[in-house]
Design a protein around this ligand. Structure first.
Ligand code: ZN
Ligand code: FE
Length: 257
């Protein structure tokens, strides 16, 4: 049967998500081939496909090596240059992974990069969102505008509340520390920060998160809330008229420490 995705750790803080059913496996954003190969070997699995969210090296760096002895499909954004890409994807496309008996829907989520996509499996309720939505945070705006990223995050926030969020980095502690700085009075943020601290102290992963938790505690999904806007206005000592203005201010605040 289809198993809950496993995180294969790579580099400093990347997670390569492995989806498996029986002895078949598909990986998301293999930035490095070595940890994937050793995990496949150790678990006795056959790699049958690769999903890519965006073109950054820490997400695609292992693709060519994984393809060296395999003839398998590589799914990824049509609007970016992805090594080995066989199935270029656009918003609304569906990916059918027959060996896993899993169907994923593609969402365009520009902002971190211009072609960034996310994969949503309505059943069993999984989201693979790369560097767009993080637990407690969001990706930096390397290529897109605040408006694009705000719109992308709004789309993800609108997914069913029990959707599990599998993002590509272990940034949760730093993100929640920032969230607590922005909304120091918020009890949910405080509680989550403590939970995340405890997990990290014990050497555990903080993922997956859920859309419900993100909507409640991720400041980047709360730009429409007055408390968030007021906090940013105080920090920058300037009025912020729209949710996009608040979002942009929040992103700038986080970027500059
Ligand atoms: Zn990235
Ligand atoms: Fe990344």
């Amino acid at each position: 049967m289809l198993q809950t995705p496993t995180a294969i750790a790579a580099f400093q803080d990347n997670y390569i998500w492995a989806l498996r059913r029986d002895n078949h496996c598909v990986v998301v954003d293999p930035g490095d081939a070595a940890p994937v190969e050793s995990w496949l070997h150790q678990q006795g699995l056959l790699l049958t496909g690769i999903l890519i969210t965006h073109h950054h090296p820490d997400h695609v760096g292992g693709v060519n090596a994984l393809l060296e002895h395999r003839d398998i499909p590589v799914y990824g954004p049509a609007r970016e240059t992805i090594p080995g890409l066989t199935h270029p994807l656009n918003d609304g496309d569906r990916v059918k992974l027959a060996e896993l008996d899993l169907e994923l829907e593609v969402l365009d989520v520009p902002g971190h990069t211009l072609g960034h996509i996310a994969y949503h499996a309505r059943q069993p309720g999984w989201l693979f969102c790369g560097d767009t939505l993080f637990a407690g945070g969001c990706g930096r705006l390397f290529e897109g505008t605040p408006e694009q990223m705000h719109h992308s995050l709004s789309r993800l926030a609108a997914l069913p509340e029990d959707t599990q969020v599998f993002c590509a980095h272990e940034y949760t502690l730093a993100n929640l520390t920032f969230a607590a700085k922005v909304t120091p009075e918020d009890p949910d943020v405080r509680t989550r920060l403590n939970d995340v601290k405890a997990l990290r102290d014990a050497g555990h992963i903080t993922l997956p998160s859920t859309i419900a938790v993100e909507r409640r505690t991720n400041p980047f999904l709360r730009a429409t809330e007055p408390a968030l806007r007021q906090s940013c206005e105080r920090h920058f000592d300037a009025p912020l008229d729209t949710p996009v203005d608040s979002f942009a201010a929040l992103r700038r605040w986080k970027d500059n420490g």
